[in-house]
Ligand binder design. Structure first.
Ligand SMILES: NC(=O)c1ccc[n+]([C@@H]2O[C@H](COP(=O)([O-])OP(=O)(O)OC[C@H]3O[C@@H](n4cnc5c(N)ncnc54)[C@H](OP(=O)(O)O)[C@@H]3O)[C@@H](O)[C@H]2O)c1
Length: 268
């Protein structure tokens, strides 16, 4: 089972590619499974990649999912749509860039994992740190507030939420041994921008590189707690966030020239 969930989430992205390219049904369903009613938190689930992950976990893997966003109207609409599909998804309005928002989210996490039908009552099985944002400009043009906004939204939120969720994800060691027989999984949504240089804005790139680094450190630190930690680093996927770039034909041409393999993947 080691590494299974991270592979699974990588495969989710693969599934998204497959759907985008030929419209076929996801191939993950018969290959992978999770315990029914496994509990999952996915931050920023009303749009884009987060929305796809929430749907995939709830629909094809029978998870109970909690998500959040800052826009109540949009969140309510998404939760209603998931309910209509018979999926166990709930949402809370929370700005995870703020300490107050993170506290609100964690209270909801406690409520969800302590419900009687949760796969392992009191335990959070999966955390996906998906929230992320960007402002694209030249380094010298960022105001201090803009820099703070990107660092706080992308990196501090991930760090603090993970810290707050750790007690609910940590597992007991098998008696008389130094290992846990089951694992929980944290998946950070990084970016190609965190592993190479691609004119996506230096603060954004720095936060994504930082996510890679904490991912490795947490994996080492928490392996003994039965928590796996992985980072997925997507290339461009056609979401509201990427629209800033995808509508810029000059940038697309630069991408084709520089990276050769450019493709802009649709979520549907
Ligand atoms: N799309 C790409 O090409 C691409 C490529 C590489 C990596 N990524 C990464 O993938 C992740 C998702 O990107 P995306 O393209 O799906 O973004 P998106 O379309 O902008 O969706 C972001 C989601 O997060 C929510 N959100 C944003 N800030 C929040 C906050 N402070 N508190 C709570 N919720 C918040 C948004 O809802 P509200 O705005 O209503 O709060 C929305 O539901 C990000 O970390 C991004 O860096 C994306």
């Amino acid at each position: 089972m080691k590494g299974l969930l991270s592979l699974l989430l990588v495969l989710f992205i693969g599934t998204i590619f497959t759907r985008g390219v030929d419209g076929k049904a996801p191939f993950t369903k018969n290959l992978w499974s999770l315990q029914d009613k496994s509990t999952a938190v996915v931050t920023g689930g009303t749009k884009g990649i987060g929305h796809a992950i929430v749907t995939e976990l709830a629909k094809n893997f029978g998870c109970k999912v909690l998500t959040c966003s800052r826009n109540k109207e949009e969140l309510d609409r998404c939760v209603e749509e998931w309910k209509e599909q018979g999926l166990d998804v709930r949402g809370v309005v929370a700005d995870v860039a703020t300490s107050t928002g993170r506290t609100v989210l964690i209270e909801e996490v406690k409520g969800m994992i302590n419900e009687d039908d949760s796969a392992e009552k009191g335990l959070l099985n999966i955390l996906v740190n998906n929230v992320g944002t960007n402002i694209r400009k030249k380094t010298v043009e960022y105001s201090e507030d803009e820099l703070d906004f990107i660092l706080t939204t992308n990196f501090k939120s991930c760090y603090e939420i993970t810290k707050l969720c750790h007690p609910f994800m940590k597992r007991q060691k098998v008696e008389g041994s130094n290992h846990c027989d089951k694992t929980s999984s944290i998946v950070n949504i990084g970016s190609v921008a965190g592993v190479t240089c691609m004119k996506s804005g230096t603060p954004y790139a720095a936060t994504k590189a930082a996510m890679n680094q904490v991912t490795g450190n947490w994996a080492c630190e928490w392996g003994g707690d039965g928590i796996r930690v992985n980072c997925v680093t997507p290339w461009y996927i056609n979401t509201p966030l990427a629209q800033q770039v995808l509508k810029d034909e000059a940038y697309k041409r630069y991408g084709v020239r520089k990276f050769k393999i450019i493709s802009f993947t649709s979520l549907k």
